[in-house]
Design a protein around this ligand. Structure first.
Ligand code: M6R
Length: 366
């Protein structure tokens, strides 16, 4: 059932290009000129006049939510808040019938996310679910939603569900933006075209597997890791750090790179591995100077860059090249090598990657 792979997690990482093809099938036309999420068309009026979106989720799904915020605010010009479901549900939040709550959950059974939905519904909000497990509790308690269609995820560490969630959030933002007329036709076509090329680019990102497996051996000594990113890459840094923590039991922190100088840079010395997502996009120059700051303190930089990068490759201790895409879809590519890095470090350390200690696949109790 692992299809020849040693672990479900590796199988699920490698499956991602096909999962994303499945996720987009029937939603993007073959010409690559239109995106339709039926839930949005069915509830167009409600969604178009929403004053605010609130995304509720936990763990990896919450990280996908942060990317969703960036996408929806950029292209739909609607304010979006991203909340940990466990905090939202106990805070007596201000919420009413002008709000749309997007609940993101792979399993569709997470207790805190379900409770957050119940609360929001009682306050009159419209609830949109983004789930994987068909027929689970969350899709049954929402007004509408979109499945991510990535197939069953068995590994406790979430991988393909994350990229599926981000893909649905991108399609949601594009469909809404088109209907709200908050995106130009050129920009819309550019992103849809890029979205269609994502599965092939993911295949290329997966080809870094051997390179990452050899790096992993070098870093089993570490007790701490820092992950840095900016803009769309900041949630990817959080996600990379969470993957490493949960399966290798190495402490890791994800940070927005510019926050380093407000405290965490004190942790940097020649022992500290610093993973930086530094692909070629609007934040490139900023992240480059953040890398210089780390190198000035002798940190060991592992940089994930775009193909052909000649600047960061000279600065970083280790540099891994990835295919380039448009900025808002970059997380779909950059997440993959971070999943692989966590996987190989955990395997080198002899840990049980599919069933890490203390963790359950669905957190059905609060
Ligand atoms: O099923 P859900 O998406 O609601 O689960 C949320 C979290 O429990 C989950 O993402 C968890 O953080 C994963 N183990 C992360 O890999």
């Amino acid at each position: 059932e692992k299809g020849g792979y040693p672990h479900f997690m590796l199988k699920e990482i490698f499956e991602q290009p096909n999962c994303i093809r499945d996720c987009m099938r029937g939603r993007i036309n073959v010409e690559g000129t239109n995106v339709v999420l039926s839930a949005i068309i069915d509830h167009k009026e409600k969604l178009l006049k929403a004053k605010r979106f609130i995304i509720v989720a936990c763990g990896t799904s919450w990280h996908a939510g942060l990317i969703g915020k960036h996408l929806i605010e950029s292209y739909c010009r609607i304010p979006v808040e991203v909340e940990y479901a466990s905090e939202f549900r106990y805070r007596d939040p201000v919420i009413d019938e002008n709000d749309v709550v997007i609940a993101i959950s792979q399993s569709g059974e997470t207790a805190d996310t379900l409770a957050a939905i119940d609360l929001a519904r009682r306050c009159g909000a419209f609830i949109y679910g983004i789930c994987n497990s068909v027929g689970s509790s969350i899709p049954r308690s929402t007004h509408t939603g979109s499945y991510i269609h990535v197939g069953p995820e068995i590994g406790v560490a979430s991988t393909k569900a994350f990229t599926g969630q981000v893909t649905v959030l991108a399609m949601l933002a594009l469909t809404l933006a088109k209907n709200k007329q908050t995106i130009s036709n050129n920009e819309f076509l550019k992103i849809v075209g890029e979205l269609m090329s994502i599965p092939d680019k993911m295949e290329k990102a997966i080809q870094t597997n051997n390179q990452i497996a050899s790096i992993a051996k070098v870093f089993t000594y570490a007790h701490n890791f820092i992950y840095l990113g900016r803009g769309y890459s900041y949630p990817v840094a959080l996600e990379g750090a969470l993957k490493l923590k949960e399966i290798s039991y190495i402490h890791a922190e994800g940070y927005p790179a510019a926050e380093m100088k407000h405290g965490p840079i004190a942790l940097i010395d020649e022992e500290m591995p610093v993973v930086v997502i530094a692909t070629h996009n609007g934040m490139y120059d900023k992240i480059l100077s953040n890398i210089q700051e780390i190198k000035a303190r002798k940190g060991r930089v592992i940089a994930f860059v775009s193909e052909g990068d000649e600047v960061i490759s000279k600065l970083a201790d280790i540099c891994i090249e990835l295919p380039q895409t448009t900025e808002c879809l970059d997380p779909l590519i950059t997440t993959i090598p971070l999943q692989l890095l966590a996987y190989h470090i955990a395997v080198c350390k002899g840990k049980d990657v599919d069933q890490p200690r203390n963790l359950a696949k669905s957190v059905t109790v609060e």
